[in-house]
Ligand binder design. Sequence first.
Ligand code: GLU
Length: 475
Amino acid sequence: MGNSTQISGLSFRQSVDHMVDRAIQVINLDLDIATAIKACSSVIQVSFPVKIKDKLELFTGWRAVHSIHRLPSKGGIRYATTVNQMEVEALAALMTYKCAIVDVPFGGSKGGLYIDPANYTRDELERITRRFARELATKGFLSPSTNVPAPDVGTGQREMAWIADTYKHLYPDDINHIACVTGKPIAHGGIRGRTEATGRGVQFALQEFFRHPAEVKKAQMDGTLEGKRVIVQGLGNVGYHAAKFLAEEDGCRIIGIIERDGAIFNADGISVMDAHFHIIENGGVKGFADADYIAAGHQLLEMECDILIPAALEGVITAENAPNIKAKLIAEAANGPVTFDADQILRERGIAILPDAYLNAGGVIVLYFEWIRNLSHIRFGRIERRFDETRGHHIIQALEALTGDKIPESILQKLARGADESDLVISGLDDSMRLALQEIINTRNSSANIHDYRTAAYVIALQKIARSYLDIGVY
Ligand code: GLU
């Protein structure tokens, strides 16, 4: 516990820093500013005892605040036995860049608790989470105005509700207490569309990528998403939703799924829903009827396909397997799935990568909407939905009176409908993902020194963050 995760000799933190350094060189960023941007602003380690089955157990957790150029600092809380200070710092840095790339006005943060949640009952997890939240809040690492966590690996809306409730009891006078954490259940101030947000964001990003034929060609593909062969590593919340939407709505063929206990492969396509329910019932992919089972699941990362979506943890594509990857496009739904060394190899081999700091930003975009909703104390669409619907009806009546024709039912339903919260969240997410990729593509194509989307994305992030440092007069 507490050691840094070693990936190809570099820690995860170093891997992220090296990728950022590449962008710093490209834009010749002042080294003092670059050093200030890269530094982790603060990090806290807390250890606290909780009584578990009549024995006191000690738990250790971290919360890193990478940047405070915008407040609050934002980032998930992860429950896993891979958590350590270095990992949390690397993930907090990624949050800083992620928010800047997709224009979410937050600094970057991340937290983690060293725990295997599977070993504890619901009641025990509640006591542990409430105690962790109390540690963070009383030490200045949890507040609607300065530090706002969210779900991450091993946590979900249940943990967020416990955190929100703990904060509310500590600070009942804070009228915005509900905004101290995002990713809450809808009945407790959460937002519609949050659960599937990151997976939806991955889908919207890929849809936008395929609207740029020149980029698709550079990635040695053509056409649209229809029929593209996809392999997904990790069918958790993000991987499941991304794969499901891509298969059901864009006509992609999910030919492989890699899970902890192995992988399944079917060149004709796998039903994502069936695989999802099989995993829930059996704890893994083994025994799934409609595909071949491969015990050494990671071999499937090297299988021929169009799009490879690593959607689990960091460091799965390394210098060892990068030379064998046959995908044409890697869509980093996870944080840090490709190490720095692997990134260099893949770039030289002409394999396109849509980087994590952009591709999985759907989560933070929608959670930004949730935070705004909480601060405004009203759900999106509540005031104007009925008004818009009535106006739609008036327009239809006017059109029918003018033309003497009846408007077809399908158009009528679209026109005479006010947007509700889900509509607005989805459209705001789609817009953010589209605009960010357009900016990344333009930046990549604007300089002969930028050869990949990751460097382009970091160039954008660094320029925005440096600008805000200069504007507020830190230098
Ligand atoms: N787990 C999310 C991420 O890594 C957290 C997003 C947020 O804090 O809003 O992007």
